[in-house]
Design a protein around this ligand. Structure first.
Ligand code: ADP
Length: 542
């Protein structure tokens, strides 16, 4: 028997309506301009999303054509986030920091027909445009487009000119909730980037999870600062979640260095913020020498890479800001697990829970799989690969078979760790980064976190390097804090209390800056390359 309940399709248009009508006046989008801010209400975003949809219809976007964005986090990007999926087309957020050949690959692979480009990114985009085989229209945001040289067959428009005169209401179509809403490519560290296509249903359900108290706890009382780019796993779902509950959004545009970020926090008083650990490391360093008021923040969400416990403690102890560690992937929309300590736990044990990757929510089911596809128990000791499934987890890549990644209905995350009996995931490494030394495994992340616990260290990256006797040994690359000095031997000594003797690294190098990926994570591939090419100055200590 079927239920007697209604089952209207879940849609992004409905999220837009909720944000722009009930919350239309009280919630605002703030876009940072470097020395101030542009402001607009959610009601205005709703009107301009309707205008954009009319304009895109006029350019021939009548079905599920892909509309790319080559943009920073700003209110116009938000308008595209709502207009494109709500009208039945597919939003494709292009990662502006990918290598040019990867960008060309993803835009051609997705068959983008229209691309919205921030005027500040035109020099970068100009180089790609001749290679973009399917693009017919480019819409320039923040300028009239005259600055762009377009190849034959490509029309260039100014965003404001295109929107002017368009009706500010749109009769959003009823869409099948399983239809494609938005797509995002993984950053493709080893092979070509892979496309993940989110549905209206997956976005809607994921947004609810972001807002749940044990998710990111977003509510209408929040001012949320989305530092994580809108081209990195949909800014972790913040834009849609914020519209769902009427939380205001603060967008940094291109001002992502610690100094302007901190100034923006002081001026705009966000209550929550989200970014990868390297951004928060930078903010912390900046705050150490520049007194700014960051007291408005109740919680900052840190994810995308393991969050060093030293970072969490520094924010909490020095600034009273709680750091919420979260794990996820482009393939999981991206919110997976969130590390909130269970009730009744106190002291050092709380930190152990909070520093883990946390509990998976009801919507993301997980299992641990060991060698020979054996499903392992959640006993806090058995180590295997984390596999997940659920309504906002990808079941395939766009236009590509990958039986290795999608296995018996589960997504193989490539992340290795254990799960405690009370459901806390503790990842020890990415499978490809684990260091295999003399038949045993060393966690590169664990060593990094411990080295970053030293007060003179700003950042630490650990990779496995070939070793004749042990097959691989850890190499630690250290970035020192400004004005600090410390010898490799002293750092090794510092680790001796908490690291097993056979795991203590003997290879050390000091680097001016850690190589980072397009989304700001440690780029171990580049460090390995630098090592292979003999470009690192290595100290050997024993
Ligand atoms: P990319 O693979 O290009 O970095 P994603 O942003 O989708 O793209 O990365 C997902 C991966 O990032 C995860 O599989 C995991 O290895 C890592 N990751 C994300 N969050 C965390 C976290 N909190 N702790 C450890 N690793 C994390």
């Amino acid at each position: 028997m079927f239920s007697t309940m209604q089952d209207g399709h879940l849609s992004i248009a409905r999220i837009l309506q909720q944000g722009s009508e009930p919350h239309g006046v009280s919630a605002e989008v703030v876009t940072w301009t470097g020395d101030g801010a542009r402001r607009t209400s959610y009601a205005a975003v709703g009107r301009r999303a309707a205008q954009l949809a009319h304009a895109l219809r006029g350019l021939g976007v009548t079905g599920d054509q892909r509309v790319g964005t080559f943009m920073w986090n700003n209110s116009e990007h938000l308008e595209a986030y709502f207009a494109v999926p709500s009208m039945g087309a597919v939003l494709h957020t292009l990662n502006i920091r990918l290598f040019p050949d990867q960008l060309v690959y993803v835009a051609n692979h997705a068959e983008d027909e229209v691309v919205l480009v921030d005027s500040t990114l035109l020099p970068l985009f100009q180089k790609l445009l001749p290679e973009l085989a399917t693009v017919r229209h480019v819409i320039v945001v923040g300028a009239d487009g005259a600055a762009l040289e377009a190849p034959a067959g490509v029309e260039v428009h100014g965003y404001e000119e295109l929107l002017a005169e368009q009706p500010d209401e749109f009769d959003w179509p009823e869409l099948d909730e399983r239809s494609a809403a938005a797509m995002c490519y993984t950053s493709g560290t080893t092979a070509n980037p892979k496309g993940v296509v989110y549905s209206h249903r997956s976005v809607y359900l994921h947004s609810m999870q972001v807002c749940m108290t044990d998710g990111m706890a977003l509510s209408q009382a929040d001012r949320s600062l989305a530092v994580v780019p809108m081209f990195h796993a949909m800014s972790w779902g913040l834009p849609y979640a914020a519209f769902m509950v009427g939380a205001s959004l603060i967008m940094p545009d291109r001002f992502l260095r610690p100094e302007p970020l901190v100034r923006m926090i002081a001026a705009e008083r966000p209550t929550m913020a989200a970014a990868v650990p390297t951004i928060w490391q930078g903010v912390l360093q900046h705050l150490a020498t520049n007194a700014e008021d960051v007291s408005s923040l109740r919680e900052v969400v840190v994810g995308g890479a393991a969050c060093p416990p030293s970072l969490m403690k520094a924010f909490e102890e020095n600034y009273g800001i709680s750091v919420l560690h979260a794990w996820g992937m482009t393939e999981t929309s991206p919110l997976g697990s969130v590390a909130r300590a269970p009730v009744g736990v106190s002291g050092e044990q709380r930190w152990t829970y909070r520093a883990s990757q946390g509990r998976l929510p009801t919507g993301v089911q997980g299992r641990l799989v060991g060698e020979g596809d054996v499903v392992l128990p959640w006993d806090g000791a058995s180590v295997g690969e984390l596999q997940v499934r659920g309504p906002w987890v990808a079941k395939a890549y766009y236009g590509e078979d990958d039986p290795e990644k999608f296995h018996e209905g589960w997504l193989r995350t490539g992340d290795v760790g254990y799960i405690t009996p009370d459901g806390f995931v503790q990842l020890t490494d990415r499978a490809k980064d684990v260091i295999k030394s003399g038949g045993e495994w060393i966690s590169s992340v664990d060593l990094e976190n411990k080295v970053m616990g030293h007060p003179a260290v700003a950042e630490a990256m650990v990779i496995g390097v070939p070793d004749e006797k042990w097959s691989e040994r850890p190499l630690v690359a250290v970035v020192l804090r400004d004005g600090q000095q410390v010898a490799a031997a002293e750092l090794r000594e510092f680790l001796a209390d908490s690291v097993a003797k056979w795991q203590l690294p003997e290879y050390w190098t000091f680097i001016p800056e850690a190589p980072k990926t397009s989304v700001g994570k440690f780029d171990k591939k580049r460090l390995r390359q630098q090592h292979a090419e003999g470009r690192l100055n290595i100290t050997h200590v024993q």
